[in-house]
Design a protein around this ligand. Structure first.
Ligand SMILES: Nc1nc2c([nH]c(=O)n2[C@@H]2O[C@H](COP(=O)(O)OP(=O)(O)OP(=O)(O)O)[C@@H](O)[C@H]2O)c(=O)[nH]1
Ligand SMILES: [Mg+2]
Length: 324
């Protein structure tokens, strides 16, 4: 069915746009390449690239729609999949709600059953293909790891360097170290960059974006207060922000931050007895955020699977990554 609406007087009110619920699947190979497909002639946005999938039928779950669509479009049967991210995007003619999953195991070799072209590409190279405008947060999610490691507040920098090999490969590493003066903090960042990068870790700096830029860090982490005070996203490869609720998640997205860290999900040793969001509220906020969201607060490594089932990007923590 064509997704067009009749328009009165040139403007298109949001209420007039049809909302389309879509399940999209990112099949990922062990090598890290993902499958993208070109939309065939005759469909809306023909010629553009996308993750295979299609409209969720009334009464159908997103996962069932995903399995059905990938079978119809590619001839594969998805066996293992987990939620990745939900994205709402307003095109001129329609509002699309993408329920995006990542598929890690499937039966059959993908074939273009609708005569569509497809390609296996690394997430870093997807922009070589004109991909649908709604998919930006999906690409960010695919380029980010599941683990965001925060340093303990009073850690000794040399001791931290010695323990880097025990961290999950590819993790983000936020250097907090609030007890250090700026010069000592900068020295610690400089000492950390090469060993961390050698292990595939990305070094994320606190304090100011200027400091992160001048130290050549991989990114900057904003506190919620800094987030409110900013008027533009700093020019760094990665920008993250702490968020406690919907207003801060909205702000992070509006500024073009890559991801937010939402908490406190459970009471933790850092915030004992503090008001915790709980999993249900954290899940609601995450699924409406339109950007990748890490959860923080009282989480252990074996919570990761449950956290990701709620569409979180992954977890952030101190103690879970630096056991005594
Ligand atoms: N599958 C898929 N759809 C996407 C992505 N991003 C995005 O904006 N969309 C939009 O979501 C909608 C998906 O609808 P579709 O045309 O694929 O639906 P379908 O497979 O059921 O097709 P049909 O209704 O022609 O049989 C389109 O409006 C498309 O532009 C994406 O990455 N994958
Ligand atoms: Mg489709």
């Amino acid at each position: 069915m064509p997704n067009t609406v009749r328009e009165a007087g040139g403007g298109r009110r949001e209420a007039q746009r049809p909302r389309i619920a879509v399940a999209a699947g990112v099949l990922i190979r062990a090598s890290g390449e993902v499958l993208i497909a070109q939309r065939p002639e005759g469909k809306i946005a023909a010629g553009q690239w996308e993750f295979p999938g299609g409209k969720i039928e009334p009464g159908e779950s997103a996962r069932d729609a995903l399995v059905r669509e990938l079978h119809e479009e590619l001839g594969v049967t998805v066996r293992e999949a987990r939620p990745l991210i939900k994205v709402v995007h307003e095109y001129r003619e329609r509002t699309v709600e993408l329920d995006c999953w990542i598929g890690t195991a499937w039966d059959g070799e993908p074939q273009g059953r609708e005569q569509q072209a497809f390609a296996w590409v690394t997430p870093e190279r997807i922009e070589d293909y004109p991909i649908l405008a709604a998919d930006g947060p999906i690409l960010t999610a695919l380029r980010l790891p599941s683990h965001y490691v925060f340093t303990p507040p009073h850690a000794d920098p040399d001791a931290l360097i010695a323990r880097l090999p025990a961290l999950p490969r590819g993790a983000l590493l936020r250097l907090r170290l609030p007890a250090l003066g700026d010069d000592d903090y900068a020295a610690c960042v400089r000492a950390m960059l090469a060993p961390a990068r050698g292990l595939g870790l990305r070094v994320i700096v606190d304090r100011t974006p200027q400091m992160a830029v001048s130290l050549g860090a991989d990114g900057w982490h904003a506190t919620a207060a800094q987030l409110h005070a900013l008027d533009a996203r700093p020019a760094l490869p990665w920008c993250f922000a702490s968020a406690h609720g919907a207003a801060e998640l909205d702000r992070a997205r509006a500024l073009g931050f890559d991801a937010a860290v939402l908490g406190t999900v459970r009471p933790s040793a850092t915030h004992p007895g503090g008001a915790a969001l709980g999993f249900d509220a954290a899940a609601r906020l995450t699924q409406a955020a339109n950007l990748p969201v890490y959860w923080i607060g009282g989480l252990q490594l074996d919570d990761l699977r449950d956290v990701q089932t709620q569409y979180a990007q992954g977890m952030a923590a101190i103690r879970a990554y630096w056991p005594d």
